[in-house]
Design a protein around this ligand. Structure first.
Ligand SMILES: NC(=O)c1ccc[n+]([C@@H]2O[C@H](COP(=O)([O-])OP(=O)(O)OC[C@H]3O[C@@H](n4cnc5c(N)ncnc54)[C@H](OP(=O)(O)O)[C@@H]3O)[C@@H](O)[C@H]2O)c1
Length: 275
């Protein structure tokens, strides 16, 4: 869903301007967030980020930033304790915190930030860096509808946002869309390897596998049809695709049960990491 610019906050502090924080920042500006309303806090910003902030007129590490409408937390989870000590000063009673820290619950954040009230916990994924991310997000009870719309406007600048009825579902989201891009990259590796085993030069097989997965992904993106219909549309009875799908869809040792096992393993690990 495209971002509803009218809900963008007038002031925002981004804490942690690394890969994900930097991508999100670019997305916010693209959908109309005013650079003068943004402050970036990062003790060791990259040269690229320093240049970007100076070109856009974004405040970078100002000495005493005042509390903003929104504070986006995008440091590595293990840096939370370090960052937390200085963060309380940036929080006013109306400040919405949006955290993208993997494995850190809303309870963890509130435990470390006594001034925190309204918190959105979000799990974006890697394609957010090209505006095609999938984010699952949950709120605590203190988040007002206005604040949820604000979070939606910010998060949807990098792709789709799915609002979860409960924070408990974040671990399953992590296992599906958070870690999912790596499963697709592995699919490309497997397809390329199988192509080489079928007699293609290895590099040619890689180019074909890569273009096939990105092309099929783009087709899925542009189509309103469910993936099962797209699959059926290219599967003639008794043809080559049907022969391969018979193997992939074998019950019980086909891709379905393997994927179910993989997602369950990722979810278990997310639960362990969240402690
Ligand atoms: N990348 C993904 O695909 C993805 C997906 C979902 C969620 N996430 C979450 O996104 C968060 C950021 O991940 P990332 O890949 O963007 O990591 P990253 O590139 O390492 O970015 C973190 C940034 O925070 C800075 N930082 C460290 N301590 C800080 C402090 N006290 N105050 C302010 N900034 C500080 C780091 O600086 P230094 O480098 O100098 O330490 C770095 O620039 C993580 O919590 C991760 O769980 C990432």
């Amino acid at each position: 869903m495209p971002t509803d610019a009218q809900h963008l906050p007038s002031s925002l502090i981004l804490v942690g301007a690394g890969k994900m924080g930097g991508s999100m920042l670019e997305g916010w500006l693209k959908v109309g967030m005013k650079p003068s309303g943004v402050t970036v806090i990062d003790p060791r910003p990259s040269d690229e980020m320093t240049r970007f902030c100076s070109e856009k007129g974004i405040a970078l590490n100002p000495p005493n930033p005042s509390p903003a409408d929104v504070l986006v937390l995008a440091v590595k989870p293990q840096m939370l304790d370090d960052a937390a000590s200085s963060l309380n000063a940036y929080l006013g009673p109306q400040t919405l915190i949006i955290s993208i820290l993997a494995g850190k619950t809303i309870g963890d954040l509130k435990g470390r930030l006594p001034a925190a009230s309204a918190v959105v916990r979000a799990m974006p994924n890697l394609p957010a860096s090209i505006g095609r991310g999938a984010t699952g997000a949950a709120t605590n009870a203190e988040v007002s509808e206005k604040q949820r719309l604000m979070a939606d406007a910010l998060l949807s600048s990098n792709g789709i946002v799915e609002w979860l009825p409960s924070e408990d579902l974040i671990d399953a989201v992590t296992a599906v869309s958070g870690s999912g891009p790596a499963y697709v990259f592995h699919l490309v590796e497997c397809l390329a390897e199988a192509g080489a085993a079928a007699g293609l030069p290895a590099e040619l097989a890689q180019r074909l596998a890569r273009a096939t997965v990105t092309g099929a992904g783009e087709l899925l993106f542009q189509s309103d049809l469910p993936p099962s219909t797209l699959r059926q549309n290219v599967t003639s009875p008794g043809g080559t695709t049907a022969a391969a799908l018979e193997v992939l869809m074998r019950d019980p040792d086909g891709l379905k049960s393997l994927m179910r096992e993989a997602v369950a393993a990722a979810k278990r690990r997310a639960e362990e990491l969240a402690g």
